[in-house]
Design a protein around this ligand. Structure first.
Ligand SMILES: Cc1ncc(COP(=O)(O)O)c(C=O)c1O
Length: 397
């Protein structure tokens, strides 16, 4: 997910515009800013590119999730369904909202299993939060149908899947709200940053206010603005937005390179019958940031990892032992270790994650290997890598 690999003149130019004015804040200072509104321009670019009515920048993908849950009215006593395989931010943002995370199994898409989601719905469920992990999407038709049936919200965590599509629509635009991360290692980067997108005017107004201490942003006098509701500071700086503005315009270039590189690697691995691939509900919309494949057994995937090391293949993960992305090693969540007391709603509503098993997720994650696709590889390097991967896998079969 490496937009940072191609940081260059375009990014420097946008940042220098901001440095020349000295106006680092996204609001106000109209007279000093020489017409530069980087955050606003980036929001407009996102709206155009993703074909949505509203985009709201934030300081990170994590804060975008916090804002999304707040504007959907999620709080004490509510449950949010999330997958076992995701980034820690999913769990964090739900707790931050004062709500209760309900973890359910994933399937061969490496994202939420719709059957497990349906089984987990309770009268307290307010949101289903699919996470489009490793650049590819969840089974959105099935998840959306469940949301419609139960009259609950669909919140897409598309933090790892900016610029992906599902049946022609941008990932993030299919649910009520979609969130992106533009941190250092995402397809496009702001250094640190994030965004949420939506089509509903009221949700957009709430997002605009909530990200800036509840300011209504009416008029030209910040001190005189009113605060219809509580908010916090999730404002992106103009410097971060400037980097993102240059990067967003390079989206197609980045996607083209990622897709070319991934295709070469995938075509090479297809020749090995023991290798199967993650199911991608809409292949055309894959952002191609990762090539994720399964070995027939967990033992074989451990051997492949060892062989990759031996053959000099880098930039891959087997998430079974990873501390960040899979429930198995989230001890601080399992034991609800917080610096402050949590509400009884959360304490009483939490699943007992220490004793719950997720056999289906364990099976998929233990057999999975996900390989990062980089932008900086030459075509020749990708072909060499493909050969090394094939040789490494064959050596353990
Ligand atoms: C799926 C997912 N959600 C949320 C986030 C949080 O994004 P950020 O690092 O911008 O806070 C990440 C970051 O890696 C992520 O992968």
């Amino acid at each position: 997910m490496p937009g940072f690999e191609l940081f260059g003149d375009a990014e420097r130019k946008e940042v220098n515009d901001v440095l020349d004015t000295g106006v680092l804040m996204r609001y106000g200072f109209d007279g000093m800013r020489k017409g530069h509104w980087k955050a606003k321009e980036l929001e407009q670019e996102l709206q155009n590119r993703l074909d949505v009515k509203y985009a709201q920048l934030t300081t990170s993908g994590t804060s975008a999730l916090n804002v999304a849950l707040a504007i959907l009215g999620v709080g004490a006593g509510d449950e949010v369904i999330m997958p076992t395989f995701t980034f820690v931010a999913s769990f964090e943002s739900i707790l931050n909202a004062g709500a209760t995370p309900i973890l359910v199994e994933i399937d061969d898409t490496l994202t939420l299993d719709p059957e497990a989601v349906e089984a987990a719905i309770s009268p307290k469920t307010k949101v289903i939060m699919p996470v489009h992990m490793c650049g590819s999407m969840a089974d959105l038709d099935a998840l959306k149908a469940i949301c419609v049936k139960h009259d609950i919200f669909l919140l897409e965590d598309a933090c790892q899947a900016y610029a992906g599509t599902y049946k022609g629509k941008a990932l993030g635009s299919i649910g009520h709200v979609g969130c992106f991360s533009f941190d250092y290692v995402k397809t496009i980067t702001c250094g640190e940053g994030g965004a949420l997108i939506m089509n509903d005017e009221t949700l957009a107004k709430y997002a605009d206010q909530f990200t800036d201490h509840g300011h209504d942003h009416i008029g030209n006098d910040r001190g005189a603005e009113t605060h219809p509701n509580l908010g916090y500071n999730y404002r992106i700086s103009e410097l971060n937005a400037a980097v993102g503005l240059a990067q967003v315009r390079r989206t197609d270039e980045f996607l083209m390179i990622q897709r070319r590189n991934k295709k070469i690697l995938k075509d090479a691995l297809k020749a090995i019958p023991e290798v199967s691939f993650r199911r991608i509900p809409d292949e055309e919309g894959d952002t191609a940031t990762f090539l994720s494949f399964f070995m027939p057994t967990a033992e074989l995937s451990v051997k492949v990892v060892e062989a990759f090391n031996k053959f000099g293949v880098d930039a891959y993960w087997n998430y079974f032992d990873n501390n960040w992305h899979y429930i198995r090693k989230w001890d601080h969540f399992k034991d609800l270790k917080t610096l402050y007391p949590v509400s009884d709603h959360i304490k009483n509503g939490m699943q007992n994650l220490n004793s719950l098993d997720f056999p289906k997720s364990d099976d998929y994650i233990s057999r999975n290997i996900s390989c990062l696709i980089k932008l900086s590889w030459t075509e020749e390097e990708v072909y060499e890598r493909a050969q090394k991967m094939v040789d490494a896998i064959k050596s353990v079969l």
